[in-house]
Design a protein around this ligand. Sequence first.
Ligand SMILES: [Ca+2]
Ligand SMILES: [Ca+2]
Length: 98
Amino acid sequence: MVFSTALFWGALATPSFATVAPGPSDITNCDDCQNLVNVDVDSDGRVTTADLLIVYSNIRNNIYTAASDVNSDGFVNMDDFTIVKRCLGCTVSASPFN
Ligand SMILES: [Ca+2]
Ligand SMILES: [Ca+2]
């Protein structure tokens, strides 16, 4: 428990964390969708409009969930939406957050 708390605060204190998060322009193919981000928001193994709608709904309602924060930058915003949009149709591993 102490160890995981330290990891959590360590991640928050790292100033470069947000700048290294992948953005929409980093997503060029399904390999990027698999390796750089966690785009399977509903964990069904595919990237569909259902994933897109979950992210969109969370943006609209100002709800943060780790699963919807597909690029893990601490925010659920249009970057996440655009990344999921670019990955539509890809088969990926399920998000570790669900
Ligand atoms: Ca999905
Ligand atoms: Ca994000």
